[in-house]
Design a protein around this ligand. Structure first.
Ligand SMILES: *Cc1c(COP(=O)(O)O)cnc(C)c1O
Ligand SMILES: [Zn+2]
Length: 417
């Protein structure tokens, strides 16, 4: 069988130097981040819409544009989540054409992180690694733990000790070695770099980061295919490290480059953050070329709380160059975003989803997003994992005795309001 691996190596995003496919994330000359490079001419000759449409509805239907050499050995069922036409949310926000890409139901751990982890761990196996790990703000921890368990890999997972209880439980249950660090995500991440160097383990978002980040492109491929092989005019995306927003845009550009979509990629990219940790949106709004790290993130949106984002520079540049913008919202606005989405579309997203909905509303009010063009909102994680954020905000149910008259008087009370 012909190979489906068209990746040619890792290319430095600063100087362009090409490295072989290895577990390396920084250029040895200038410390620039490395990105997977492909032979796009060969991909164009080998891929057609018909070929893709015959494959199962998982992220691997686009595998000519993903960097693994054999069959995916981790997460073969990941991806293929719904693109929902969100007419009721559209009415509430006062826009004409709105979709939600819903990775709150991604398999197996209910966030888009399963996409990046399946690529990184499949690659770790190709490299012969037996032990894997990550530094995580929560969802990545869940996904590495679950996918490593299913693949029979040993996992070490380092998290800030302040994470939500449910995100921690949703990691430990899979039998991973969970280490809670008394520090911020950035401090956890630095520790993981040292561990990866000394122990040679495969840290999905450290030494395997170049492969990991490519998995995010499948989120963009699916949006384009589900719109009928075309691009929306605007995408609003939550940002933590700032990789996903760039990879959705890269996905659109690649689809055009290999001839699957003839329309050029003119999609405008908008980033969403929490006000309590907004290094990238601040850079966009104040016109800084480089973001200023946030030392002590303080927000209920812990999944996005990365104070010094690895791809912050590229994300800010992308938003400027595509004509998009960025915003950040308060914790109260995040909760309003979560309940608005739940009450209009029946979708329970985590705090990152509330952030993205609330930022969309803010950008519409500011006139930064037009009300009559096509907008896709990226929902990246499930609300069942961040219920701590809502217990105080949501009214408990009314309680009655098991008696019909009590029910009737309750109805009477409501009618008299
Ligand atoms: C990790 C994460 C993001 C952001 O991903 P980056 O690529 O790091 O910007 C968005 N939403 C959720 C729910 C996440 O867990
Ligand atoms: Zn370089």
């Amino acid at each position: 069988m012909a190979t489906l691996d068209f990746s040619t190596g890792l290319r430095c995003r600063v100087c362009g130097k090409l490295y072989p496919k290895e577990a390396l994330n920084f250029c040895k000359d200038d410390f620039g981040p490395l990105e997977v490079d492909y032979d796009y001419e060969a991909v164009a000759k080998n891929i057609t819409r018909a070929k893709i449409e015959k494959r199962p509805h998982t992220m691997w239907r686009y595998r000519e544009l993903l960097p693994i050499s054999g069959e995916p050995s981790v997460g073969p069922q990941v991806g293929g989540t719904p693109l929902v036409k969100a007419d009721r949310l559209a009415d509430a926000l006062g826009v004409k054409h709105l979709w939600i890409k819903n990775d709150a139901v991604n398999f197996p751990t209910l966030s888009f992180k399963d996409r990046v982890v399946s690529v990184a761990l499949s690659k770790a196996r190709e490299f012969g690694m037996k032990t894997v790990g990550c530094a995580s703000t929560g969802n990545l921890a869940n996904s590495v733990a679950a996918n490593a368990a299913a693949a029979g890999l040993e996992a070490y997972i380092l998290i800030p000790a302040s994470l939500e209880r449910s995100k921690i439980l949703n990691t430990s249950v899979y039998g991973a070695n969970v280490i809670a660090v008394d520090g911020t995500y950035d401090e956890v991440n630095r520790l993981c770099s040292q561990i990866a160097l000394k122990y040679g383990w495969g840290f999905v978002n450290v030494n395997l980061r170049a492969y990991y980040a490519e998995g995010s492109k499948s989120f963009g491929f699916e949006i384009a295919e589900d719109l009928g092989w075309r691009f929306p005019q605007h995408v609003v995306c939550p940002m933590a490290g700032g990789a996903l927003i760039g990879k959705i845009h890269k996905a659109f550009t690649e689809l055009n480059k290999v001839g699957l979509v003839s329309q050029p990629n003119t999609c405008k990219m908008y980033g969403a953050q929490a006000a309590g940790c907004n290094p990238i949106s601040d850079a966009v709004k104040t016109g800084k070329e480089r973001h200023k790290p946030v030392r002590k993130p303080n927000t209920i949106c812990k999944s996005l709380a990365i104070g010094d984002p690895a791809d912050g520079f590229f994300a800010a540049k992308l938003m400027r160059e595509t004509g998009g913008w960025a915003e950040d919202v308060t914790d109260d606005e995040i909760i309003e975003g979560m309940t608005l989405l739940a009450r209009t579309e029946g979708i329970f997203a985590e705090t990152a989803g509330g952030t993205t909905v609330a930022v969309t509303r803010k950008l519409l009010e500011q006139g930064k997003l037009p009300r009559d063009e096509e907008i896709v909102i990226c929902i990246t994680g499930n609300g069942l994992k961040t219920m701590d954020a809502l217990y105080e905000a949501i009214e408990p149910p009314v309680q009655i005795k098991p008696s019909f008259s009590e029910f009737e008087s309750l109805m009477g009370n409501y009618a008299s309001v």
